[in-house]
Structures are given as C-alpha cells and as structure tokens.
Write a protein that binds this ligand. Sequence first.
Ligand code: NAD
Ligand code: KPL
Length: 315
Amino acid sequence: MQPSKPATSWHVLGAGSLGCLWAARLARAGVPVQLILRNPGRLAAYQHAGGLTLVEQGQARHYPVPGQTAADPQPIQRLLLACKAYDAESAIASIAPRLAPGAELVLLQNGLGSQDAVAARVPQARCILASSTEGAFRDGAAPEGEWRVVFAGQGHTWLGDPLDDHPPRWLAELERSGIPHQWSPDILSRLWRKLALNCAINPLTVLYDCRNGGLNGHPAEVSTLCAELCQLLQSCGQPAAAVDLHVDVQRVILATAANYSSMHQDVAQGRRTEIAYLLGHACATAQRQRLVLPHLTALHERLLQYLDAHGLPSH
Ligand code: NAD
Ligand code: KPL
C-alpha cells in the first residue's frame, strides 16, 4: 500500500487578530499550519511567547503554532493573507518566490483594490477572495498581548473566486476546524455590498466622533450617501449589491448602535485606517466611470482632512 500523502500545510501571513484566529482553529483541528512573522526579531519574540493564545468566551487556550519568516525556504502551497489591505501587496511580494505551482491564496482584506494588486503580483497563483463578519482583536493589555487574540464576535466568512467558481477541496478542512464559511459564486457582489455599508457608516462615525447608533441623528446624510452608493454600484456592474442598501444600512446602524465602527476604533487608537480601500476605492471607481457623486466626494475630502489633522495617513 502507498503511504498516504502528508496533508498540505496552511501558511498564515500576518499574525494579527484574524490570522491568529484562523491559525488557532486550524491547529486545534490537527490541520498543519505555520505563521509567517514580519522579521527575525518578531519571530524570536513569538517563539519566546511559545505560540499564540486564543480567548473564547473568557477561556484562554494556548496553541504552539510553529512560526517562520518570509525568508524560510519551504514552498508555500496554501496561504491565508491576513494583513491589512495597505500591507497586502508588499506582504505577498515578500513570499512570492516561495509560491509552489498551483498555489492557492485566501485574501482576507476588507474593502476592494488590494486583491487586484495582489493578483497582479502573483499571476501564477489562484486568488480566493474572502469577506468576513467574524470579529477578533489583540488583547494589548496582557503581557503576551501581541499574540493573544480575543474572539469577540461570531460571524461568517464568504469565499469565492471571480475567475473560477469551483470550490477548493480544502473547504472540508475549514468545516473540520469550525470556521463558519460558505463558497460564494458572487463574492465581488458581497465585497461591494460590505464596502458600501462601510462607506455609509464608518466615515460619518469618525467625523461625528460617535458610535454607530449616533448616526440616527443624521438620517438625511446617511440616506443621500446610500443613494449615491447605489448609483455607483449600478454603474460598476454590481446592481445586486445596491438592492435595499439604505434599508440594510439602517438595520446595521440599529443592530450595532452601541458599537464603534472599525474605522472609528482605528482613528481613536491612532492606527492607520483602510480608507484607501473603502471610501477611497469608491471615489476612484466613480471618477473612472465619470460618475459625479458630490456627497461621497465631499465626505472623502472631509475624512482625508480629518485624518491629516490627526496625523494619520490618508492612504
Ligand atoms: P491586524 O492588524 O490585527 O493584523 C495584521 C497583521 O499582519 C499584523 O500583525 C502585521 O504585523 C502583519 N503584517 C503586515 N505586513 C506583514 C508582512 N509583510 N509580513 C508579516 N506580517 C505582516 O489586522 P486584522 O484585524 O487581523 O485585519 C486583517 C484584515 O481583515 C483587514 O483588512 C481587516 O479589515 C479585515 N477584518 C478584520 C476583522 C477583525 O475583527 N479583526 C474582521 C473582519 C475583517
Ligand atoms: O463592518 C463594520 C465596521 O465597523 O467596519 C460595520 C459594523 C458594518 C459598520 O460599517
């Protein structure tokens, strides 16, 4: 009898909130997984911590997931790209020479724009796009906070490939790992819809310095933005993503009224935002289509000025 082939290892590039959340769940299901750290210093610090910690429902569990840097010689067959959108292109460039023929990448970035930049860098690989509603954050308070991640919000991840709608075989591994997911033939529509929701909510929460529920005090502004976002979605071939957008935005504002949006949290903590891949991408797409969207453009300009005044990058 032939010995069975060892299971293909996952490489997770970006040991942040979502990267650690995925790595911990894969590892505990017995799926081989390796974390790729930024540089030898980060790798040494990670190894000193002995692995990562995932906190679920108040219970912390340690997972000694092996780490490496981009310079490791091992070929990569399956990669989860779990960095921020603005780091995606340079991160993929750092491991591009290691990609095996037929390698598959899962791109977890929010917004749009980074996925095309990544795909252009690695035309030999299959790029699977993801849109996730799971929530996790790094527990900076703990001494080993860098690699201690709190699973804060149950959610779902949609995965799809606009160029090839055949689901990959490894979806069964996600099932086994308890990662709620669904193969989505219309992943671009999902990403555009999420982008539109984020554009209608997140920038206003920054400018008004409020929780999502605070936007109930600005109904006309939200409604005008939704109308322009619908025009954009229709003109860029995503009419399904425009259906009932305003109703959905109002639903999300109500359902998350007590929360601060992710962009508000980034700004409040002095972190770079993903604006270029959200409102920036929406405005750039409108401009390419010669579509005039005055409120969306003015919102973008106000947000850029706000970020600049707060010493944060506007890209
Ligand atoms: P994060 O900042 O917590 O983690 C990103 C990690 O990538 C960091 O540790 C960073 O050091 C690392 N990184 C960046 N460039 C690298 C490189 N070249 N080599 C090695 N490591 C590198 O980010 P996150 O919150 O996990 O978010 C990742 C993406 O997922 C974002 O686009 C975000 O919008 C999206 N997202 C996050 C959540 C969430 O709850 N955290 C939910 C949905 C979507
Ligand atoms: O995804 C979000 C975010 O905060 O980034 C919601 C809650 C939908 C607000 O846009």
